[in-house]
Design a binder for this molecule. Structure first.
Ligand code: ADP
Length: 461
């Protein structure tokens, strides 16, 4: 019993109760006094007035004002201002109510901050993703689009959010697949082509959204344009190589059949045919050797040696090797290397190959009685340069960007006539690049060409 009273007193509930009790008590006393005719009505009012006023004042201060503040503060919190704190006037029920509301607001703020942070993190991840992401609900309304999709499909994410995806994406295939994935609730992978803003190919994975009441589908777009282009280049290359090999093979087979059919009896004809077969076999061998070298350099199977190379010696060696072929056509070969041309650190065999291919081309594409000059020295940028110039047929401007491609030839017949494989410049470019250098070409049809190789100057450690 005693405990109960103590709890009651401790709970502070008694304060407003006591106020009401006291008010009723005063009212009762005034009524009794008045009823017993001890006092008249105005005296009874006068007696009870100070008590009533004092009580009203207490109720106003202790109950009404804090309640008003709590009501105002909670309204503001409901509007979103969770930083507002209610002042605590007393330690009673009302004070406790205010304290609890403050705590509630604080917890709510923490939870909202956590959710916002999580949302921001997810948005940042989606924004920085290279893959495009689009999500729609079961009614095909757009829930989310990341910038990669905006760029890929040329749309503005803000303007289409909440709208039916059909009609806003403006890609028939994409929309159809979204519909199919929604209908069948099955994962789909499709390749789609987009023409604007840039022609691209995407592999798109349409996955039904799980774990949400609103259902829907999420589509992830991966740009595979480069891979497709590479596949195409590879397929074209294989087709071209097959063609390059088929031509000499057909010739060889044709002559062999003629020989077997009886031409073998005629020694003169047989010799002529065998010479042609020999030339064609050489051509095939050269093509296969060049292909092999190119593939080795490209796949970095061959690591360039690091040795000191004296360019003047390389140039001298190459010019000596070509002197007979050039002489037969009256082409003069000359070299003008700077006397202080630095010793470079490179793979000597590879660098020799570069000079051989460039000089070979310069002779091949020169008119008879032309002139081929090799120059070299230090460039303005501090690198070393080596240029091979001729006064030959030159290269049309539209072909210049393509001459370093594998098997590209401006004049196929001329290239074949001189036994070109169409791989020489591709090999040169790759060798120069694995040495950290670059190659430039300057050419005018009818006036001649100049190929310049720039290499960084390196020291042996
Ligand atoms: P090819 O074996 O056909 O010479 P390259 O890869 O060495 O193959 O050269 C590619 C093409 O670039 C040649 O077919 C030719 O059309 C052009 N070309 C290369 N060098 C020269 C040059 N010095 N003058 C004119 N055309 C050239």
């Amino acid at each position: 019993m005693f405990n109960r009273i103590r709890n009651f007193a401790g709970s502070m509930i008694w304060r407003p109760m006591a106020s009401y009790f006291f008010l009723i008590f005063v009212f009762y006393v005034a009524l009794r006094l008045y009823a017993d005719d001890d006092v008249n009505a105005s005296r009874a009012v006068l007696i009870s007035l100070p008590f009533a006023a004092a009580l009203s004042w207490i109720i106003l201060k202790k109950i009404m004002q804090p309640l008003k503040e709590i009501s105002e503060a909670s309204r503001e919190m409901a509007r979103g201002n969770l930083d507002r704190e209610i002042r605590i006037y007393s330690n009673d029920e009302i004070g406790n109510l205010a304290r609890n509301i403050n705590f509630l607001a604080h917890r709510l703020k923490l939870t909202i901050d956590e959710i916002t942070e999580e949302k921001d993190r997810i948005r940042a991840i989606l924004n920085s993703m290279g893959d495009g992401v689009v999500a729609v609900d079961r009614d095909r309304r757009v829930l989310l689009v990341n910038p990669a999709v905006e760029r890929a499909l040329n749309i503005s994410g803000e303007s289409i959010r909440g709208k039916d995806i059909v009609g806003v994406i403006r890609h028939y295939e994409f929309e159809n697949n979204i519909k199919a994935a929604l209908q069948n609730q099955k994962e789909l992978t499709r390749e789609i082509q987009v023409l604007t803003p840039d022609p691209k190919v995407y592999r798109v994975l349409f996955t039904p959204l799980k774990g949400t009441d609103r259902g829907g589908v999420v589509a992830v777009l991966r740009d595979i344009t480069e891979r497709r282009q590479l596949d195409q280049v590879r397929a074209e290359f294989i087709a071209n190589i097959s063609h390059e090999l088929r031509t000499p093979l057909t010739t060889i087979k044709g002559f062999l059949e003629t020989l077997l059919d009886g031409a073998l009896e005629d020694r003169k004809i047989s010799l002529r045919f065998l010479r042609i077969i020999d030339t064609e076999t050489d051509r095939m061998k050269r093509l296969i050797d060049d292909l092999f070298s190119l593939s080795n350099i490209e796949s970095r199977k061959v690591i360039p040696a690091r040795e000191e190379v004296r360019m003047s010696e390389v140039v001298e060696k190459v010019l000596a090797a070509f002197s007979q072929a050039a002489g037969e056509r009256g082409i003069r070969l000359a070299s003008r290397l700077d006397p202080d041309f630095p010793v470079i650190v490179a793979d000597e065999d590879m660098i020799t190959r570069v000079v051989v291919n460039l000089v070979d081309n310069a002779i091949k594409y020169s008119q008879d009685r032309g002139r081929v000059v090799i120059e070299g020295g230090r460039s303005e940028g501090g690198e070393v340069f080596l240029s091979v110039s001729d006064r030959g047929i030159g290269i049309p401007e539209e072909s210049l960007p393509r001459i370093f491609e594998r098997l590209y030839r401006v004049d196929k017949a001329r290239s074949r006539e001189y036994g070109g494989s169409g791989l020489g410049l591709a090999i040169v470019k790759h060798i120069v690049e694995v040495h950290g250098g670059r190659i430039e070409v300057d050419s005018r049809p009818g006036l001649g060409s100049r190929f310049t190789v720039y290499l960084p100057v390196k020291q042996l450690p």
